[in-house]
Design a protein around this ligand. Structure first.
Ligand SMILES: *Cc1c(COP(=O)(O)O)cnc(C)c1O
Length: 379
């Protein structure tokens, strides 16, 4: 099989047979002509199927090593479809350090519809065993997790879930399929916010579900059409365009992030650095075994508490103060007041002294100088 970078550029998007165009067309048509009733060329109506979306679906499925892939209008729409695999009364074990919106989706939408869930420390497979109930159907993890960068052992959790008859879902947004291949490690379903590294340029919102389980894949495709949270063709095109450079962006982002983490770890104003590439990180060995490199996300706590964290987040010039992550530009944010405000006061609340960085592709010395200046301003 072709290598990852080759698939990222070519999978699902051969030159257009009609024109030779080397990039996929943006098919805006909402409907497609039929030569006789029920006789068509594979497309009837764009919610049910669109050629540009299909190109994206084939590409991301190939990158995840999946037989089935469905694109959604956002990461949360992809998560919502995945949770709809379950029935009222079913139980989910969810990482106790997940994207705030994932917790909100469970607590404020699916719980009202009869789903139960228990947060558990997913860097500890024994904690998953302990949280298991007879009605548990699914384990939901992020690794590296948001924003604490904790590492879950995908293969170990897959074997716990499978022994008990459940599914393991991995939100692979932080790692991307370039760094980590959850399905090959035993996971059943991969979900993505393609808004982040796959799109990679902060200009499109999208989500994805990939699986090798035919029954799950067909149900997700059914939900994509029946509930209708589909991405538009232009969004699919932008995401495909971003994916072509995923590997080269990721290489630079990982290199920059690991240099940033090393600088922070030695800085007197910093109390703790969370980056799985640091040898002292509790998940370092598992991350080294299941990831190609350690990713572009770094978080850290400052010694001066929340006030100092807010000052640092407000004082950078190259790092932009903004939510989101994964694109070419470096971002800084304060999880307690920004991305994780929706979990404040819950068991998923984060330390107010925490600062999160999404390290981009800029010149490394500019990034280091910027952070050093902001840390001086915050202390
Ligand atoms: C952003 C994000 C989501 C949600 O995706 P949207 O595209 O914003 O709906 C889910 N999981 C993780 C890890 C994220 O970073």
């Amino acid at each position: 099989m072709a290598g990852f970078e080759t698939l990222a550029v070519h999978a699902g998007q051969p030159p257009d047979p009609a024109t030779g165009a080397v990039v996929p067309a943006i098919h805006l048509a909402s409907t497609f002509a039929q030569s006789a009733v029920g006789r068509h060329q594979g497309y009837e109506y764009s919610r049910s199927g669109n050629p540009t979306r299909h190109a994206l679906e084939a590409c991301v499925a190939a990158l995840e090593g999946a037989s089935h892939g469905s694109a959604f209008s956002s990461g949360l729409a992809a998560e919502d479809a995945t949770l709809r695999l379950l029935d009222p009364g079913d139980h989910v074990i969810v990482g106790d350090n997940v994207y705030g919106g994932t917790h909100r989706l469970l607590a404020q939408i699916h719980q009202r519809a009869g789903l139960h869930f228990t947060p558990a420390a997913l860097d500890d497979p024994a904690a998953v065993e302990a949280a298991w109930r007879p009605e548990t159907r699914l384990v939901w993890i992020e690794t590296p997790s948001n924003p604490m960068m904790r590492i879950a052992d995908i293969a170990a959790l897959a074997s716990v879930a499978h022994r008990r008859g459940g599914l393991l879902v991995v939100d692979n947004t932080f790692a991307t399929p370039y760094l980590q291949q959850p399905l090959a490690l035993g996971a059943d379903v991969v979900v993505h916010s393609t808004t982040k590294y796959l799109g990679g340029h902060s200009d499109v919102v999208g989500g994805f579900v990939a699986t090798n389980d035919a029954q799950v894949g067909e149900r997700i495709a059914f939900l994509q059409n029946a509930a209708g949270a589909v991405p538009g063709p232009f969004d699919c095109y932008l995401t495909l365009r971003g994916i072509k450079t995923l590997a080269v962006r990721m290489d630079r982002q990982c290199a920059n992030a690991s240099a940033v983490a090393a600088m922070l770890a030695a800085h007197p104003a910093v109390a703790a650095v969370h980056y799985p590439g640091l040898p002292g990180h509790p998940g370092h060995a598992v991350a080294a075994a299941q990831m190609r490199a350690f990713g572009g996300m770094v978080s850290f706590t400052v010694r001066g508490g929340e006030e100092a964290a807010l000052a640092v987040a407000g004082a950078t010039r190259v790092f932009t103060l903004a939510e989101s992550l994964g694109a070419v530009e470096s971002l800084i944010e304060h999880p307690h007041r920004m991305t994780h405000a929706s979990v404040a006061g819950s068991e998923l609340a984060v330390d107010p002294a925490l600062v999160r960085l999404s390290v981009g592709v800029e010149t490394l010395t500019d990034l280091l100088t910027d952070l050093q200046g902001a840390l001086a301003a915050g202390s």
